[in-house]
Design a protein around this ligand. Structure first.
Ligand code: 2P0
Length: 320
C-alpha cells in the first residue's frame, strides 16, 4: 500500500528549547504554536517488498543525511520487524533554515507511514511518535493554535483555536537561505549544560504559557504579542549565553525586528518571533498585513517574503 500525506510547519509563539529526557526526546517545557497554511511538506510512503533497505528522496534527490532519523522514526512507529520503506518528500519552502521543515516532515511521515502500513491511529498517538523524532513535529498534527503540555509521562496536545476562530496572518522574512549552523538538538543540550539562565527559562515557562493561553481564549492580540516577543527574546538570551554562544541572528534579522517595532509604534497589530535560524516571522491581524509586507520588503537584506494564514493539522491525502 502507498499513502500520501500533507503537513504544514508550525511556528512557536511560546518556545520549546530544552529536553527533560533526551532518550525519549521529551521536552523540558511546554510550548504554544500556530500551524501554517501555505507552506507544506507532502510525503509519500510505501512498503513495497523486495526492497533491501529504507530509501529517502527529498525534492527528488536521495537524502542519506536525513535517512537514519527517518528510519528510526519508522522503527519507533511500526516496530523493527516492518518492511523497508520507500519514502519521498516534497517541500515548498527552504529546508533546515529555521522554518520548521523537520516539524512538517515528521508530522507528514507518521501520518503516511501508519496509513501505508494499514493502521488507523489516534492523532495523539501519531503526534507523540512525531515528537519523539522532532519535538516540534508533534504540534503539526494539529491545526490552528496548538498547545503542547510537557506532561509527567508523555506530552499532551490541545488545539486552542481553529484557523477560522482567529484568522491570524504570518509574514516570514527570509534573511538567509542556507542551512543553519547548529541543529536544535545539539543547541538545546549545550544551553542546558552551559547557560546560567537555563534553569530560570524552564522555571518561568509555565507562567508565559498561562498568559498566552488566556490571550488566545480572549482573542487578545496585544497580550499575546507581548508574551510571545518576551518568550522569544528569553529563549534567544539562553542561546546567546550558552558556551560557546549560539547566535542564529544576522544583521537583517535585527533590522526586521526594528521594522516590526516601527510598525507597532505606528499602531499596527503585529509582533515578531524568531526560531533556530535567522528568519523573522511577523504575526499580525489581517488588517495590518499589507503594511507588514511592505515594511519587511523594504528592509535591506530580506531575500524573500512568505505569507500565510493558519492551516489544518497533518492529514492523509491519498491511500492506494
Ligand atoms: C520551537 N524550536 O518551539 C523551537 C524554537 C527551535 C526554536 O522546536 O531536537 O527541531 O528535533 O526535538 O523539533 C526546534 O526543535 O528539535 C524547535 P528536536 P526540533 O519551535
Amino acid at each position: 500500500m502507498r499513502a500520501i500525506s500533507q503537513a504544514q510547519p508550525n511556528i512557536a509563539l511560546i518556545k520549546y528549547w530544552g529536553k527533560r529526557d533526551a532518550g525519549r526526546n521529551l521536552p523540558a517545557v511546554g510550548s504554544l504554536s500556530v500551524t501554517l497554511e501555505t507552506l507544506w511538506t507532502k510525503m509519500t510512503v510505501s512498503f513495497p517488498g523486495g526492497v533491501a533497505a529504507d530509501t529517502l528522496r527529498v525534492n527528488g534527490r536521495p537524502d542519506e543525511a536525513m535517512l537514519p532519523r527517518v528510519s528510526r522514526c519508522l522503527d519507533d512507529l511500526l516496530g523493527t520487524a516492518r518492511r523497508p520503506a520507500v519514502v519521498a518528500s516534497e517541500c515548498n519552502f527552504p529546508i533546515a533554515a529555521g522554518l520548521a521543515s523537520s516539524a512538517s516532515a515528521f508530522a507528514a511521515l507518521v501520518v503516511a507511514a501508519s496509513a501505508a502500513a494499514g493502521e488507523t491511529r489516534e492523532v495523539l498517538d501519531l503526534a507523540r511518535a512525531a515528537g519523539r523524532a522532532s519535538g516540534s513535529a508533534a504540534r503539526s498534527l494539529y491545526g490552528g493554535i496548538v498547545e503542547l503540555e510537557a506532561g509527567a509521562d508523555d506530552i499532551g496536545l490541545t488545539a486552542l483555536a481553529s484557523p477560522a476562530d482567529w484568522p491570524l496572518r504570518v509574514v516570514v522574512a527570509v534573511t538567509e537561505r542556507g542551512p543553519k549552523p547548529l541543529g536544535s538538538t545539539e543547541g538545546m543540550a549545550r544551553s542546558a549544560a552551559t547557560s546560567p539562565f537555563y534553569a530560570d527559562w524552564v522555571g518561568r515557562q509555565h507562567d508565559d504559557l498561562a498568559v498566552a493561553r488566556a490571550a488566545v481564549a480572549a482573542r487578545d492580540f496585544e497580550r499575546l504579542a507581548a508574551v510571545a516577543e518576551h518568550n522569544c527574546l528569553k529563549m534567544h538570551s539562553v542561546m546567546w549565553t550558552s558556551r560557546p554562544s549560539i547566535v542564529y541572528w544576522n544583521r537583517t534579522t535585527i533590522a526586521c525586528m526594528e521594522a516590526v517595532r516601527d510598525l507597532q509604534r505606528g499602531g499596527h497589530a503585529v509582533f515578531f518571533t524568531i526560531d533556530a535560524g535567522p528568519q523573522v516571522k511577523a504575526v499580525c491581524l489581517p488588517e495590518s498585513e499589507a503594511a507588514v509586507r511592505s515594511a519587511l520588503a523594504g528592509v535591506a537584506g530580506v531575500q524573500e517574503l512568505l505569507e500565510t494564514g493558519l492551516g489544518e493539522g497533518a492529514r492523509l491525502l491519498e491511500r492506494a
